[in-house]
Design a protein around this ligand. Structure first.
Ligand code: PLP
Length: 479
């Protein structure tokens, strides 16, 4: 309980708070008004005074004006750093959705810089001197790399799936215009009615596309005959969804995509595969277990395969549709396409990322794959280097063997052997909070009460930032 104080006392305490003008004057003196604008500075002044006033009302003595002023100035310094900030990812999770998924290659960034800096031939055919096709820019490499007939790029994979369903629902393969049944039906296995994260639930997306959902099989086992029994007059599409963020194990049965495709052909309905992560490189070679590649899914014959640009592809946020020309054309012409289209900067970054794959250098140049390909010996040496550089400042820290996750809706339960720097035993939550409070925040992971920093995802050139964060976290706290 706060000590109770007579009302007049509270009023006279509150009067000791500095005036807004004084705070704004201090901001002016430090150059903050020129940097941040008057509106932001005035708002911060009011907020800082308001929270000090609440302290007084709760019975605390009025903080001295210098304290209020210094809180205000550090709030402005925080605002100057902006809201979306660079962080050092020491979690070891290679595709970390909360940390912005794939970091981009130097070439992708340069292509994006050039596209953003000036004008481009985004929708301009330079040979003919007339309107050109925005989507052709990334379609060429996508077709060559995946073996598909055609490709289309939209804003993210959630929109790719939405577009695929909406665009194909009104027709059958080879018979573009048909009287639409009401409602058209999509058949999907109960074992694939998944939530991807961030509230993206496959059943909800299906409903939004105007389709009726026909669930077949059970949570753990679905057979081809379940699909066969469910296909009827209204069926327009068989949907397969990759279980990208969990594993189904034990007594299970799934239908191979190729078998689903054969059924689709036989009864004349579309087959769409939501692959999620969309690796172009064979994951097994990297100790990641068996994950279907985009090429595998195209080869199995799906009319459309949908995947993300910023998961295992390692490019900017995008949703990619590859598959048969007839299906891709229906998507391209659908009215939703306009609402889901990508901008020139994304297309430039995606095309440059795909070029790494075309040149066979993805493992070396695409940061996601570079991180996946790192060998334990190299990781151990790097963590050891950190320990050495920290010296007595990190007494009690040690290098430990551990495991990194791939993450980001990719390869659930698969881990890669790694070595980490474990911070000295202590209040791990507190240490993690102090790491996040560094000038460039550092995000690690906590295991068994220790903060672990995994070199796998700390980019080349970020060692000094990481060390600065650790020194900040382990420094004696100001009183
Ligand atoms: C990640 C994922 C999505 C969503 O992709 P975004 O690019 O995040 O929109 C959809 N389906 C599956 C299977 C996924 O793994």
């Amino acid at each position: 309980m706060a000590p109770s104080r007579p009302g007049t006392d509270i009023a006279s305490e509150a009067r000791k708070l500095p005036r807004v003008d004084r705070l704004i004057g201090a901001a002016e003196e430090h150059g903050w008004i020129a940097r941040l604008g008057h509106g932001l500075v005035a708002e911060a002044a009011r907020q800082v005074l308001e929270s000090a006033r609440r302290e007084v009302l709760a019975g605390s003595p009025c903080p001295p004006p210098e304290v209020v002023e210094s809180r205000f100035l550090s709030r402005l310094a925080g605002a100057a750093r902006g809201s979306l900030r660079r962080v050092v990812n020491a979690t070891g999770v290679v595709v970390h959705t909360n940390l912005g998924r794939a970091p981009l290659s130097a070439e992708a960034l340069e292509a994006m810089r050039l596209a953003g800096m000036g004008y481009t031939n985004l929708e301009f055919d330079l040979e003919a001197g007339e309107r050109g096709d925005r989507y052709g820019h990334a379609a060429g490499p996508l077709v060559r790399l995946t073996g598909a007939e055609a490709a289309l790029v939209v804003n993210n994979n959630a929109s790719a799936v939405l577009l695929a369903l909406a665009a194909l629902m009104g027709s059958r393969p080879g018979a573009a215009v048909l009287p639409s049944p009401h409602p058209p039906e999509v058949v999907i296995s109960r074992g694939q009615l998944v939530e991807i994260g961030g509230g993206f639930r496959i059943p909800d997306v299906l409903r939004r596309s105007g389709a009726a959902l026909v669930e077949v099989g059970t949570t753990n086992r679905t057979y081809l005959r379940d699909y066969e029994a469910a296909v009827g007059e209204r069926t327009r599409l068989l949907l397969s969804v990759h279980r990208s963020n969990f594993r189904l194990s034990g007594f299970t049965e799934d239908v191979a995509l190729a078998d689903l495709v054969a059924l689709g052909r036989r009864v004349g309905v579309w087959v769409v595969d939501d692959l999620g992560s969309g690796a172009l490189l064979p994951t097994r070679r990297y100790g990641l277990g068996e994950e279907p590649t985009v090429q595998d899914r195209v080869r199995a014959g799906a009319d459309l395969v949908c995947f993300s640009g910023d998961k295992l592809l390692g490019g900017p946020q995008a949703g990619i549709l590859v598959g048969r020309k007839e299906a891709v054309d229906l998507c391209r012409r659908h009215p939703l396409m306009r609402a889901l289209r990508v901008d020139k900067v994304t297309l430039a970054g995606l095309a440059a990322t795909l070029a790494h794959y075309e040149r066979g250098e993805a493992e070396r140049e695409v940061p996601v794959w570079r991180a996946i390909a790192l060998r334990p010996e190299a990781l151990r040496a790097r963590a050891g280097g950190w320990l050495e550089a920290l010296g007595p400042a990190a007494a009690g820290a040690e290098v430990q063997e551990s495991a990194s996750a791939v993450g980001g809706g990719s390869l659930p339960e698969v881990t890669l052997p790694t070595w980490v720097l474990a911070l000295p035993p202590g209040d791990a939550d507190r240490q993690a909070a102090r790491l996040r409070g560094a000038e460039v925040p550092v995000v690690g992971r906590i295991e068994e009460g220790r903060v672990l920093l995994d070199p796998r995802t700390v980019l080349p050139g970020e060692d000094e930032l990481l060390l600065a964060g650790v020194r900040h976290a382990l420094a004696p706290e100001p009183a």
